[in-house]
Ligand binder design. Sequence first.
Ligand code: NAD
Ligand code: IPM
Ligand code: MN
Length: 378
Amino acid sequence: GQALNIALLPGDGIGPEVMDVAEAVLDLLIQRYQLPLGHTRFDWPSHAWHQSHGQMMPSDGVAQLREFDAMLLGALGDPGPLEDSSRFVLSDSVSLAPLLALRKQLDLWACERPARWLPGAPQYLADPRAREVDMLVIRENSEGEYSGQGGRLAPGTAQEVATQVEVFTARATERLIRHAFRRARQRSTQREVPRQFKNDKHAQVCLITKRNAQPFWGDLYTDTFHRIAAEFPDVDIHHELVDAACMKFVQCPWRFDVVVASNLHGDILTDLAAVLCGGPGLAPSANLNPDEPSLPALFEPVHGSAPDIAGQNLADPRATLMSLAMLLDNLAHHHPAIGSAAQHLHDLIQADLAREANGEAFSGTRETGQRLCQWLAA
Ligand code: NAD
Ligand code: IPM
Ligand code: MN
């Protein structure tokens, strides 16, 4: 068949450093498995915004990306003197950070952030059950608290009033929650040892809201959740207010399966979930449009551009490699060799982590890349 094309977007800060590793690993996988894959790297750092041309990518950037079969991103965010002040103006009333604009313009409304602890990963919780953490946070990726609407009245004065409008639609809520139930059911069929939830069910979806303080969207989410749950009698349902969910992510994270949350709640919970799995260097993610599988999905580590460690060879590239493995999984239906390469990459990451289980320390961005490449070339 036709070759598939992957867009690589290194971005800012540690983004290019972790992307160098991912690109080298991808090249070796392509060689070794004769994958029908090509890739193109786009150096579109968001700091370009601050420079003369005033935007991160060319005006047809999104149209260019849509032609690809998948995208891998390092990180976008340039906290320079203007601290994340770059915004894409999408319309008269909507402006968003570059990454959010990209997700929105590409219509990637579901964000999947798996959190599974793997042997060798740092374990920050003392309870041995913390090794059983295996959840999937599904985050709304198109609206909610990130609608980008609002403004500042009388900015800089003592009378200033800032508004930040949250918008929740039935359409986006329904598709999000239905997707969460489908994924919960699917995960339960893929597990060798079934998990046990209430009433002998093997899958669970936990809904997150703050409906005690934000009842309008909280009730929309809750009503939609119950209506859709009725279509999935095999899936157990649970609800947590977001503040209590934060406690339980630390107290008993092994109890969660699929967690479905709004854009902002999902953002916050997935940094917490990343730490349950060993830290920012080990948490991957996918931005997808499950209704339109022909639209390219965007894969990226959960972490950001980490300006505090950029340029020091300290960034763990494995969150990006895990995201690359998810990307390959997502394309595997095109060709069985892509699935084999994805599995090989998963295994390599686990083998690399297992070294740390034996007391080895994280050895540096480039060294990690070189070691994995040596294993792959062997
Ligand atoms: P961050 O995730 O960049 O960094 C938080 C902490 O985690 C830092 O101490 C950093 O050193 C550490 N860290 C992150 N990635 C690491 C890695 N691979 N290996 C080792 N340590 C790692 O979050 P921040 O500092 O709040 O944000 C920095 C910039 O990144 C901001 O501009 C923010 O908007 C942006 N950001 C982008 C994304 C994205 O592109 N997906 C995600 C989060 C934040
Ligand atoms: C993430 C990031 C982004 C978000 C930022 C960069 C706007 O934190 O991908 O988790 O909040 O979605
Ligand atoms: Mn985040």
